[in-house]
Design a protein around this ligand. Structure first.
Ligand SMILES: CC(C)(COP(=O)(O)OP(=O)(O)OC[C@H]1O[C@@H](n2cnc3c(N)ncnc32)[C@H](O)[C@@H]1OP(=O)(O)O)[C@@H](O)C(=O)NCCC(=O)NCCS
Length: 277
């Protein structure tokens, strides 16, 4: 059973989806099901539920197929070390993301852009949320940390098609260049005293001038100022983790994200019957 920091993170991971989804119990796994619109959730090990078995995974996959959602699982390796082998044995591709907590003084780089955290009570808030979501969408469609061509023109073309979706658990930050407008964005989501930085993205043309680090720092500062006792994140890769290390985050473990590869949907019963756990 995890203690201290890892237990705090498990409680957070369990609380966040419950804000806008319901929880179904399948063996030692909890599947979060969203009834309304929005990105579908995944299944996670239940808090203090022990190691999920292949049979538990089968139950969840059956239900995910029934619901028509991705066969997706997320967990912290240090807390539930056995799940990696179970899912890899079943053919899942597993992303191992550096799990990092802020445990050093925050370092915010000097950047040639104005940084602001959006005020939910300000006029134009939802329009700004649409800008954040547009910048994020374009940034994440060019993965990695390299510079690229995608820039303000692409943002301005996409923006009118984006319908902002705001959920109160989120806080948003934007970096705005005097000439080019919004070039980087990010968010935090908060449950209790824990805040997670998510969705940090810089338009490819504006990368490698400190904006990703600066957005992360401004979001972490905002979370601390609002009473967070723990600020953490998971980095998409080792290269991206360096950006967060410079801000004051330190790697403490691995957050795993597993999704069944396309065309590897069955036969679930036979797979689970092998007893891998
Ligand atoms: C990850 C991401 C947000 C980083 O954004 P960024 O604005 O380029 O980040 P930074 O500029 O702070 O740091 C990136 C690199 O530029 C370097 N850099 C920062 N300021 C610099 C400057 N003034 N001159 C030269 N290099 C600089 C950093 O040292 C870092 O180098 P490294 O890769 O060798 O470690 C961006 O690449 C991105 O949007 N990627 C796709 C989406 C994504 O994966 N997001 C993260 C999810 S966890």
């Amino acid at each position: 059973m995890p203690h201290g920091l890892f237990h705090q993170l498990e409680s957070f991971y369990d609380a966040i989806p419950r804000i806008d989804a319901r929880a179904e119990q399948h063996g030692a796994l909890t599947l979060f099901v969203r009834d309304g619109e929005g990105f579908p959730y995944y299944a996670r090990p239940s808090v203090d539920g022990g190691e999920p078995t292949a049979v538990d995974v089968r139950l969840v996959r059956d239900r995910q197929r029934e619901l028509g959602v991705a066969e997706a699982f997320e967990w912290v390796h240090e807390t539930t070390p056995g799940l990696l082998a179970v899912l890899e044995h079943l053919g899942f591709a597993v992303l191992r993301a550096p799990l990092m907590v802020l445990d050093k003084p925050l370092v915010a780089p000097e950047v040639d852009a104005a940084l602001r955290v959006l005020d939910p009570d300000a006029a134009g808030f939802l329009e700004d949320v649409a800008v954040v979501q547009t910048v994020a969408q374009l940034s994440f469609s060019t993965p990695g940390t390299h510079k690229g061509d995608t820039g303000p023109k692409d943002r301005d073309t996409l923006l009118p098609t984006v319908i902002p979706v705001h959920v109160p658990k989120f806080r948003y930050a934007l970096a705005e260049d005097a000439t080019d407008g919004a070039v980087a964005a990010g968010m935090t989501q908060t449950a209790g005293a824990v805040a997670e930085v998510v969705g940090v993205g810089t338009l490819p043309f504006a990368r490698r001038r400190g904006l990703g680090a600066a957005i992360t720092a401004v979001l972490a500062r905002d979370a601390l100022d609002r009473g967070a006792e723990r600020v953490f994140l998971s980095a998409g890769s080792e290269d991206i983790a360096r950006v967060y290390e410079r801000v004051g985050f330190r790697r403490i473990g691995t957050a795993c994200v597993a999704e069944a590869e396309a065309g590897n949907a069955g036969p679930v019963n036979a797979e689970a019957g092998n007893g891998a756990a």
